[in-house]
Write a new protein. Structure first.
Length: 320
C-alpha cells in the first residue's frame, strides 16, 4: 500500500493534535452517502479517542483558562483510506511535531527530522492560534504562532520542487471571528498579513506554479469562544467561554482540510504530469473508478467563500 505524508506544523500548544482529532471525527460524520472509509491504526485510534474525550469536556465549565496540554513528543497518526468494505489503497501518514522542534533550543537532529518529513510531504497543515493572530492588533502573534520560524523552514525545504505541494493555513479556536461576512474577511486578511513573509516566498517565480495555498478555518469545539487575555508572568493566558450554559461539543468545518487534500490528490492523478516523488498517485485511482468517484464526491464539499479562500494554485484544485 502506498503512503502519503502530511505534516502538521505549528508551535507548541497551538492545537495541532486537536485539529487532527476534529478532522477525523467530523469526517466520519460528514461523509454521508460517500463511499469512503478512513480507518486509523490501533495506536492512532487510541490517541484520537483520548484527545476527543478531552475536547468534549471543554464546554463542561463555562470558562476555560488556556487550552489543553501540548504534545510532548512527535506522534504519527496513520489512516488507511479506501472504499467502505474494501481493501484500502492508500495510507495517510500525518506527523504531529511538538512546536519545540522548531525552536532554537531543539537539537539539530530534531530540526532535520521536521525538515525531512516536510520535504517528503504532499501537504503541510499550519495550525494557527487565531486569538493570538487577531487580538490586540496581533501583539502576541509572533510569540505564539512563530511565523518567522515557519517561513525559514519553508525557505530551506521548498527548493527545486519536483512536484506540486499543498499548504493549508488552518486557523483554530476561531469561533469568535466567523460571526459574519465582515469578520470572516478580516480573518483571511490577518492570515495574509501575519504570514506575509511565507506567502511572499510561496508566490515567488520558482514556487507559484507548484504550490497551492488555501485558508480553511476550523472550529475544533464550536461552542467555546475567545473571551479575554490575562497576563501571567509576562505571558498571555487566553481565556475562553461557552456560547451558552447548555452548549455541547459541536465542531464545525474540521473535515475541510481533508476535503482539500483529497481534491488536490485527485487533481494530481488527473493531471499525470510532474508528479516527482508522488508518481504513485498516477495509478492510485486509475484501477478503481468507484474510489475515484467517491473521492470526487467528497472533494466537491470544499468551501471557498467567507473565511475559506484559495490564495494561489486554483488550477491544482480543478477536478471538473
Amino acid at each position: 500500500m502506498q503512503e502519503l505524508k502530511v505534516t502538521m506544523l505549528g508551535p507548541s500548544g497551538v492545537g495541532k493534535t486537536s485539529l487532527l482529532t476534529a478532522m477525523y471525527e467530523q469526517f466520519e460524520r460528514s461523509i454521508g452517502q460517500t463511499n469512503l472509509q478512513l480507518t486509523p491504526d490501533l495506536e492512532s485510534a487510541a490517541l484520537l479517542q483520548e484527545r476527543l474525550a478531552k475536547l468534549k469536556t471543554l464546554p463542561d465549565s463555562f470558562e476555560t483558562k488556556g487550552w489543553m496540554q501540548s504534545t510532548e513528543d512527535h506522534k504519527s497518526f496513520i489512516f488507511d483510506l479506501g472504499r467502505k468494505g474494501a481493501i484500502p489503497s492508500l495510507t495517510l501518514h500525518f506527523q504531529d511535531y511538538p512546536g519545540e522542534y522548531l525552536a532554537a533550543k531543539s537539537s539539530r537532529e530534531e530540526k532535520e527530522r521536521v525538515e525531512t518529513f516536510v520535504r517528503e510531504s504532499a501537504a503541510v497543515a499550519i495550525a494557527i492560534d487565531t486569538p493570538a493572530l487577531m487580538e490586540k492588533n496581533g501583539q502576541w502573534h509572533d510569540a505564539v504562532n512563530k511565523p518567522q520560524q515557519i517561513a525559514n523552514l519553508f525557505q530551506r525545504v521548498y527548493r527545486e520542487l519536483e512536484s506540486p505541494r499543498l499548504v493549508i493555513f488552518a486557523p483554530v479556536r476561531c469561533e469568535k471571528y466567523l460571526q459574519d461576512e465582515k469578520s470572516s474577511a478580516e480573518l483571511v486578511r490577518q492570515v495574509q498579513a501575519g504570514y506575509a513573509r511565507l506567502l511572499d516566498l510561496l508566490r515567488s517565480e520558482s514556487l507559484l506554479s507548484k504550490v497551492v495555498v488555501i485558508v480553511t478555518p476550523v472550529q475544533t469545539v464550536g461552542t467555546v469562544v475567545f473571551s479575554r487575555i490575562e497576563i501571567l508572568e509576562d505571558k498571555p493566558l487566553f481565556i475562553f467561554r461557552k456560547t451558552s450554559h447548555d452548549a455541547q461539543y459541536n465542531p464545525q468545518d474540521s473535515e475541510q482540510p481533508l476535503r482539500y487534500l483529497l481534491r488536490f490528490l485527485l487533481r494530481l492523478h488527473l493531471d499525470r504530469r510532474n508528479l516527482g516523488v508522488f508518481n504513485f498517485i498516477r495509478d492510485w485511482l486509475g484501477l478503481d473508478n468507484h474510489l475515484k468517484d467517491a473521492v470526487r464526491e467528497f472533494a466537491k464539499g470544499c468551501k471557498n467563500t467567507g473565511a475559506f479562500a484559495v490564495l494561489q494554485g486554483q488550477n491544482w484544485l480543478n477536478i471538473g
